[in-house]
Design a protein around this ligand. Sequence first.
Ligand code: ATP
Ligand code: MG
Length: 402
Amino acid sequence: MTTLLLPGSTSPQGQQITLGVMGGGQLGRMFVHAAQAMGYFTAVLDPDPASPAGRVSHYHIQTAYDDEQGLAQLMQRCDAITTEFENVPAPALLTLGAHRPVTPAAACVAVAQDRVKEKALFVACASASGVAPAPYAAIDTAELLAAVPADLLPGILKTSRMGYDGKGQVRVRTRDELAAAWAQLGQVSCVLEKMLPLKAECSVIVARGADGHCVNLPVQHNLHRDGILAVTEVYEQNGPSALDLKAIEAAKFIANHLRYVGVMCVEFFVIDDGSADGALVVNEMAPRPHNSGHHSQNACTVSQFELQVRAMAGLPLVQPQLHSPAVMLNLLGDVWFGADGQPRTPPWEQVLALPGTHLHLYGKLDARRGRKMGHLNITAATPAQAKATALQACALLGLPAF
Ligand code: ATP
Ligand code: MG
C-alpha cells in the first residue's frame, strides 16, 4: 500500500521525505529529476559509481542489487521505493516491500521479468481486453522444441529473461535454424513467437494508483531500428483513433488485472490483417516509465516521471493532456561519431537553434555505438511542423530520415 507522502515534508523521525529507486540508469535519473523538482529527497541504489541517476541523487548507495546492507540502507533512507528496470532481483524487491511501500509490487515486476509469465498474462486478459499476443510457444526442453507447431515459423526466438533492445533474440525460418538458435542462446527458457507482418508499432503508458484510478498518456507511435527504439511520434490532434482507444483500453485492463500501482508501459504491434487500420497485437510490458514516453517531459501536462513520483507518493493522478504534437529522437552513441567514423561532439548549437527542440542527455561519459546517450524531444504547433523540425535535426545529427 502507498501512504500519502507530501512534497517537501518530513517524516515522523524528522527526516526529509525521501523517494528511492532501484537502478541508476537514465530512467532513474529522470525519475530523480522529477522527484527533486517537486521537493523530494532521493536515493538511488546502483553499484556503478558513475551511474546516470546516482550522480544526481541526494544519496547514492553503491552496492549490488541483492546486497543485504545496501538494501537495508535504502530502506532506512526512504519512505517509498520504486524501480527503473525490470531485472531487479525479485527477492530484493520482496525484502524492500516487507518494510517499505514498494511500487510496482514485486509480483508485478516478476511478470514483466519473464516472457512466459507475461504471455500467459496477456492470454488471460485477451478475451476481455480484446487484444491477444502473437501466437507463441514456450520452449525450455528438447521435447517442447521438437513439438513446436510448424505455423510458428518463420518466427523469433526470444529468451524468457533478461532481454532488452532486441538482445537475446534470434530470427529463425526453419526447424534446423530454430534448434541452432536455441543452442546458441544456451538452451535457456525461451519463447518462440510467430513473425508477424507489422504495419506499425505503438505503446501506451498508464499510471495506476493504489485506489485503482488509472490514467494514460496519449498513444505513442514507435519506429524501431535494429530492435532499438529510434523515433516516437505523438500527434493526437483530433483525439485518439479507434485503434488507439483499443490500445488504451487494453493497457488499462492489464494494469487493473494486475492491481498494478505505478507507471507501466504496454507495447503493441499493429499488424496487417487486410483491414484499412490493421489489427492490434500486444507485445510486452515494462513495469516502469519507458523510452517511448520521453516526449511527455515536454509535450504533456504531466510527464511519465512525475506520474511515477505521484503514484508512489499517493498524490493525485490527473489525466495527462498532450499540449503539443511531439517527436522524440533517440540519441545513440553512434551520433557521437562523424561521417568519417571519428569521435565528435554532435552539433548541438545547430540542433538547439531549431525552434521546439529540447535536449536530454543522460550524463554518460563513454559514447559507444548502440548505447542510449540521450534523446531529443521536438514540440511544435502542428504535427507537420514537429516532423519537419525533427527531419532537420536528423540531418544535422546524421540520423536517417523517417
Ligand atoms: P525492449 O527494448 O522493447 O524491451 P525487447 O528486446 O524486449 O525490446 P521486443 O519488444 O520483443 O524486444 O522486440 C523488439 C522489436 O523486434 C519489436 O519492437 C519489433 O520491431 C520486432 N519484433 C519483435 N517480435 C516480433 C514479431 N513477433 N513479429 C515481428 N516483429 C517483431
Ligand atoms: Mg520491446
